[in-house]
Ligand binder design. Structure first.
Ligand code: PEP
Ligand code: MG
Length: 754
């Protein structure tokens, strides 16, 4: 069996010598091709580089026609080289031309070569190129030769990702074509232009060679010990008394950390002469390549876990810890991450952070909530983005459409720069409206409030010039922490909110957990229909201790002030009364104990369940105010999951059925003299909000960024005229959106999007 001319360690050392030379990147690649050809005793060695996401370009060759360099380009999947890139697998053929994928490329002069060995160049599991050797005589390459090629491919992978190579390639114009256009899910609107900062900077391996194999194995074992201790600590601090799914995930991670098969593969790779970190990277690369081809989502998830673990191990071995938040950020940083906790996003310097792109987050994720609170454009579900970009790449993202442009060309940059300018002009216009009253042309005063839930939301109260906080989602504090916040912590939080409001009203909503808002430390059963399940006030009444503690925290925080508190998901008047009793009981207790209490306590209910609409008369006798949660109300009215992407645009909130229901709520409240407002997404859409004013709503609560556009609508609307038209529109039974838009156009009502 033919063996390489020299062993893997010698090969690695020579590769390292080539890398260290003061040469251009191109020369280094040429030298590597020659070195590999002599090591494997091959007549040809060629290096192909993936240059624009789906083309492989011949970058260097020993043996093929040198004129073909930078001219031969193959698509992924085209020819044997393209096949290797597509499958990320080795091809070892004694008669290459007999292979069905073989493609003859006349410019290379390769027709005379019979045997072929090609390996993918993998970085982080993604193919970035292909390394090939060829011989005239038919032969099958040995395992050792395959190994030598794979080792070289690993070194090449690092080299192709190095600034040195990238700068040279960019100069040659090759990278100019590496524009990428991706699509994710818009999480927070706005356009951001800037430069990529990888949240978890890639671990840079500078030492590939094991000078002393037993010493490298010892380093590996030491690092594994640290890793296992880290995993155990993680499990205990996240309270892995936690059960169910979380327990299972952590147990899998623990299992991997002790997995003999994994460790053995790393040790074997060290045995071939690689340093501990290079061996971990190599094994991880193979694992990731398999992961990307794995169709079973469960197994993919598990492989992901292993991948995270390998990353941790690499960080321990190289001492490169921490996220990019601690590094020097460019002034237009766009943070790109696979996933990220909400607190991690808050670690970034807000003055330099322009946007965030995530592979895994959806609109309801905590990090998306924080991005919205910080008002930075965000895109989620951006598949594989962390593998496709490097720190420093130019990037543009559109948080409304979910579009992402990596390394955009001048036209795209110009088009977006124009969007940014427009957006800035519009913002300036809204800022001018900030201190103007929200009064319609015919003199109706409208109260515009913001929805909030985090302390970072509070500055928006002043920036937007809103009248108050119409919905404070208290569950967000609970979702951000690893353990149930104690009563004192809740109280501190609520007091901070009230202080920031400077006397403007704040409506606190009691915990609305369950459904998609899960608390990791809170044990719940798996439910068939969680949105209609054990959630919100239902949970609060069944677990009164939780509601009692929250009521007490709210009452204490609001001492000497007015406390507005409301309950989510009330379906029945009895539920409201039971919840109200819990609050009033706490109030009496405090009085008995001689503690200071609020000057006034107003208790209200959210109208989110259609059944409650027909109980408003009865409810009005006990409730101080009502607030329509149109997101849930329309979800239950149309029986359409509000988070389902396929249903997102299926039912219009201005459907006559919904408008009639909202009309009924407004009329009944007006009759009963019960103050009512609306705090769902509709309130923040100027056209929808216009209809709400027409129905008689005079108080709305919305995302902070919507206050300007909605105020612009209010100030240009003749409410009386609109109110007279709506009954006719409803009678016609058609969706109101078109008619309403026409009305706005004809009557000069300003409708700006955020
Ligand atoms: C709603 O349901 O409309 C609402 C405002 O509450 P949330 O979006 O928090 O469910
Ligand atoms: Mg709701």
């Amino acid at each position: 069996m033919p063996l390489p001319a020299f062993g893997p360690r010698v090969l690695l050392r020579r590769l390292r010598e080539v890398m260290a030379e003061q040469e251009t990147a191109q020369k280094k690649l040429d030298r590597i091709a020659a070195l590999v050809a002599s090591n494997v005793v091959a007549e040809v060695c060629s290096i192909y580089v993936l240059d624009d996401g789906d083309h492989l370009e011949l970058y260097a060759t020993e043996g093929l026609n040198p004129k073909a360099v930078h001219r031969v380009r193959l698509k992924i999947g085209e020819g044997l080289v393209g096949l290797i890139a597509k499958s990320a697998e080795v091809l070892n053929l004694s008669d290459a031309q007999a292979h069905p994928a073989f493609r003859y490329l006349p410019e290379t002069g390769e027709e005379i070569y019979s045997s072929f060995l090609g390996v993918p160049i993998l970085r982080g599991g993604r193919v970035t190129g292909v390394l090939v050797v060829q011989n005239r005589k038919p032969r099958r390459y040995s395992e050792e030769e395959e190994e030598a090629l794979q080792t070289t491919a690993m070194v090449l992978a690092e080299f192709l990702a190095s600034p040195e190579f990238r700068a040279e390639a960019a100069e040659r114009g090759a990278r100019k074509s590496r524009r990428l256009h991706l699509h994710g899910e818009g999480l927070n609107p706005g356009v951001a232009m800037g430069h990529v900062v990888l949240h978890q900077p890639r671990v840079v391996i500078s030492n590939f060679v094991a000078d002393d194999i037993p010493a490298e194995v010892a380093r590996l074992n030491e690092a594994l010990r640290t890793l296992r201790a880290q995993v155990d600590k993680l499990i205990s601090t996240t309270g892995l008394a936690a059960q169910g799914e979380h327990a299972e995930i952590f147990e899998t991670v623990r299992m991997f950390a002790h997995d003999r098969g994994w460790v053995r593969r790393i040790e074997e790779t060290i045995g071939h002469g690689l340093s501990a970190e290079a061996a971990v990277e190599r094994v991880q690369s193979d694992n990731r390549a398999r992961m990307l081809r794995q169709p079973d989502p469960y197994l993919r998830e598990r492989m992901h876990d292993l991948d995270d673990l390998a990353n941790r191990l690499l960080r321990i071995l190289t001492g490169q810890t921490g996220t990019a938040a601690a590094s020097r950020l460019p002034k237009d940083a766009i943070v790109v991450a696979r996933s990220m906790g909400p607190a991690e996003l808050l670690d970034y310097d807000r003055a330099r952070l322009r946007g965030v792109v995530l592979e895994e987050a959806g609109a309801g994720s905590h990090v998306a909530i924080v991005a919205r609170a910080l008002e930075i454009p965000a895109v989620g579900q951006a598949e594989y983005i962390t593998d496709l970009v490097e720190t420093g790449d130019a990037i543009i993202l559109d948080g409304r459409s979910g579009a992402i442009h990596v390394r955009p060309n001048a036209e795209i940059r110009q088009a977006y720069a124009e969007k940014v300018r427009l957006y800035a002009r519009r913002q300036a216009r809204f800022a001018r409206l900030r201190d103007k009253p929200a009064v319609t042309r015919d003199g109706m005063r409208v109260s515009l409030n913001i929805n909030a839930g985090l302390l970072v939301d509070l500055p928006h109260l002043d920036d937007s010039g809103a009248d108050g906080i119409g919905l404070y989602r208290t569950e967000l504090q609970f979702m951000m922490t690893r353990a149930l916040p104690r009563r004192e912590e809740q109280e501190r939080h609520y007091r901070a909110v009230l202080e920031a409001a400077h006397g403007r009203p704040v409506v606190f909503r009691t915990l609305d957990v369950g459904s998609d808002k899960v608390l990791p430390y809170f044990e719940t059963e798996r439910e068939e229909n969680p949105a209609m399940g054990w959630r919100a006030i239902r949970m609060g009444l069944d677990r009164p201790a939780l509601l009692k503690a929250q009521a007490r925290a709210l009452l204490s925080a609001a001492r000497g002030r007015v406390l507005n508190v409301m309950f989510p998901m009330v379906a029945d008047v009895e539920e409201f009364m039971a919840a109200r009793d819990i609050v009033t009981e706490q109030l009496s207790l405090m009085r008995q104990m001689g503690l200071r209490t609020p000057n006034r306590v107003k208790i209200g209910a959210m109208v989110e369940v259609p059944a409650l609409v027909w109980q408003i008369d009865a409810l009005s006798r006990y409730a101080d105010f009502l607030s329509v949660g149109s997101n849930d109300l329309s979800q239950f009215l149309f029986a359409a999951d509000r988070g389902h992407p396929r249903l997102a645009h299926r039912y219009d909130p201005l459907h006559p059925a919904m408008v009639r229901l909202l009309d009924m709520v407004a009329r009944t409240c007006l009759n009963d003299g019960t103050p009512v407002s609306l705090c769902g997404e509709m309130a923040g859409n100027p056209l929808d909000a216009m209809i709400l004013l027409g129905l008689g709503y005079t108080s709305l609560s919305m995302a902070p960024a919507a206050v300007g556009p909605v105020k612009a609508m209010v100030r240009t609307l003749d409410r009386g005229k609109l109110a007279r038209l709506i009954p006719g529109w409803l009678e016609a039974g058609e969706p109101l959106r078109e008619r309403a838009a026409l009305f706005a156009r004809e009557n000069g009502v300003k409708l700006y999007s955020r």
